[in-house]
Design a protein around this ligand. Structure first.
Ligand code: HEM
Length: 409
């Protein structure tokens, strides 16, 4: 039996007021309205109309996992999603998966693996998604979901230059774990995988660091591994009008169970770091159409000045990716840098794990990447090596709700 004091030890001061089951009160303690951004270490509210981890200010670290569902039993899948939701509500509040902390029955494995014991919630968010193969796989409708696949969840075509590794692509389910402490993010994915033993298996996963996008306009824009500010012109997590127009699924979009949700495109994009590092500064800047130091668009002085697309080379990344070049297409970028050591030839295996949220893939990533794949000057220095798309259901409203409840209704 664990004392109340011991339980409160999980998650630190921000949690002490609200260590109730599910952490709802803890979430309320730091402001459910979202207008008070959680500080480093705090808990991000788990319950709400949208899943956390999208409009949420970007945390420093990522552990992303794509899962294959190995059970063919719909009820087993449903009970897993319920268990995951319960565990996620607790972990995001900085609490262990089970009441017993590292305890439980002596003859059984502990309820929680324990490595987050004593760590703060670290703004952990867990965001779940459903891949196309959850709806139909090899022509079979395993879970009776085929008719529920949203039209906006399209399979991506193969783009020119794609070098996709099937072992780093696809997945029936995904979980994006973001936190300021990598141990907290890894703990969360590990425990969800553990809970899913026998029902799901990890298909691929990706660790990320040094957020490469900003969803908070006043914060300093982070830099990607090419050394450029990334996320200057992104959808801000507080711009509700832009979020409604470009990120959150709306009632008129034709998939009622997805209203309040979004669609995620994940791409592992490898960078030819050594070649890039030998490219002259002027060439690097021409490739983006922005200066490296300030991040100012060509023809302008400051980072946040309105870009003048005509001042940039015709094949500049920013010019081609800009909404004006793509019929107004916008998405919320939330990617992370990665390095996975070296490639055996002494080259860094590094790049950008690109994550973009949008209301409809056909009006977000698809037109933009179609243009970039064809003409972007950046293509000489990058390679898309992994790809996946997921429907991100709306938020979990309260402790009686669970991820996917409306999909399986
Ligand atoms: C802008 C880097 C891939 C879409 C930018 C900027 C940089 C950058 C430095 C300028 C700063 C900013 O506004 O954020 C990269 C790198 C990539 C990459 C290094 C690959 C390794 C992509 C991909 C897409 C994309 C695959 C979408 C298909 C955009 C968009 C903008 C942008 C929409 C903002 C354009 C604007 O409104 O001015 N990117 N990017 N990027 N990028 Fe990328």
């Amino acid at each position: 039996k664990v004392s109340r004091r011991r339980l409160l030890g999980w998650g630190g001061a921000g949690l002490a007021l609200g260590a109730t089951a599910g952490g709802g009160a803890a979430a309320a303690a730091i402001g459910m309205s979202g207008d008070t951004a959680p500080q480093a270490g705090d808990a991000v509210p788990f319950y709400g109309p949208h899943q956390a981890g999208i409009a949420t200010p970007v945390q420093d670290r990522l552990h992303f996992a794509a899962f294959d569902v190995t059970t063919g039993d719909r009820d087993a899948l449903v009970s897993l999603l319920k268990e995951w939701t319960r565990a996620a509500a607790r972990m995001t509040a900085g609490r262990p998966v089970g009441e017993g902390a590292v305890g439980g029955l002596p003859e059984a494995p502990p309820d929680d693996t324990g490595e987050a014991l004593g760590l703060r919630p670290s703004r952990l968010t867990l965001t779940v998604g459903f891949g196309p193969t959850l709806f139909t796989k090899d022509g079979t409708d395993r879970f009776g979901l085929a008719a529920r696949r949203p039209p906006a969840l399209v399979d991506l075509p193969s783009f020119p230059g794609d070098a996709l590794d099937p072992a780093r692509s696809g997945g029936d389910l995904c979980v994006q774990a973001c936190a300021d402490d990598p141990q907290v993010a890894v703990h969360a994915i590990r425990n969800l995988a553990r809970i899913g033993f026998g029902k799901v298996s990890v298909r691929w996963s990706q660790l990320g660091f040094g957020k490469t996008s900003s969803t908070t306009p006043d914060a300093q824009t982070p830099r990607n591994l090419m050394g450029f500010k990334d996320g200057t012109r992104n959808i801000s997590g507080t711009d509700t009008a832009a979020l409604d127009e470009h990120v959150w699924v709306q009632p008129q979009d034709g998939a009622p169970w997805m209203v309040g949700g979004s669609y995620l495109v994940a791409r592992r994009i490898a960078m030819n770091i050594e070649t890039w590092d030998r490219a002259p500064l002027k060439e690097q800047e021409d490739i983006f159409g922005r200066t490296k130091g300030e991040g100012a668009p060509y023809g302008r002085k400051r980072e946040h000045d309105e870009p003048d697309l005509n001042a940039m080379p015709a094949d500049a990344h920013v010019r081609l990716a800009h909404p004006d070049s793509n019929g107004g297409a916008r998405m919320l970028r939330r990617g992370y840098s990665y390095t996975d050591g070296t490639d055996g030839l002494g080259r860094l295996d590094a790049g950008l794990f690109f994550l973009a949220y949008q209301r409809d893939i056909r009006r977000g990533f698809l037109p933009v990447q179609t243009r970039l794949a064809r003409s972007d000057a950046l293509n000489e220095y990058i390679r898309h090596v992994g790809s996946a798309v997921f429907a991100i259901p709306p938020g979990v409203r309260d402790a009686s709700d669970w991820w996917g409840k409306e999909l399986f209704a």
